[in-house]
Design a binder for this molecule. Sequence first.
Ligand SMILES: Nc1ncnc2c1ncn2[C@@H]1O[C@H](COP(=O)(O)OP(=O)(O)O)[C@@H](O)[C@H]1O
Ligand SMILES: [Mg+2]
Length: 236
Amino acid sequence: MTQALIELSNLGFAWPGHPELLDVPAFRLEAGETLFLKGPSGSGKTTLLGLLGGVQTPNRGSIRLLGQELTQLSAGARDRFRVDHTGYIFQQFNLLPFLSVRENVELPCHFSKLRAQRATQRHGSVDVAAATLLAHLGLKDPQLLGRRADSLSIGQQQRVAAARALIGQPELVIADEPTSALDADAREAFLQLLFAECREAGASLLFVSHDQSLAPLFDRHLSLAELNRAAVVTEV
Ligand SMILES: Nc1ncnc2c1ncn2[C@@H]1O[C@H](COP(=O)(O)OP(=O)(O)O)[C@@H](O)[C@H]1O
Ligand SMILES: [Mg+2]
């Protein structure tokens, strides 16, 4: 078998003072795969994404990303590994409101030499990489690059967040319910753009949502309850 992009085994996690939230015997995400992971609010989706990014550490088990065992890295090394190899699109986008659109998109390249190098190799400079990604995601107006992030509409902010996740070609793009603020048509259009960019970069996409209607658009869809033996039985 080829190396998985993500491989979890025997993963256990509990928030301090709470019963075990995640008990995942096995999970794989293949390189280049798009996966839709659904689950109701409170079922542990965001917690699982935090473990994959090395923001949280599990109580037991193994988390391999690109063959690297995250639990063997120091907190600082995990942070560097995350920014080098993972792009995040958060539910609330988490743009820095006082920075420009361009500065927001370029941020990962300030924290990761690897991503700055990849962006420069592909586009000639980090600036051109940011402008190109934004244009591919439907933000073509060059004037927009200099605007403060908080002056944009929700739909525009979402595209900026996607461009920030994609810049410098991380192998894994993680999206945590990024479409919940959009209407159905805008949601699907956004996803098609995101797929196209992930395909072009060869990135895997792990997309988390409670909105089942998006699931058929992905290579594979799963419910967290299928992976998680600690899931409450009422969950479908
Ligand atoms: N930082 C935290 N400290 C303690 N409990 C938390 C924390 N974050 C989430 N939880 C709890 O973990 C459970 C799962 O939350 P979460 O992973 O955010 O679910 P989802 O993303 O599926 O809505 C919830 O019961 C939530 O209250
Ligand atoms: Mg969540």
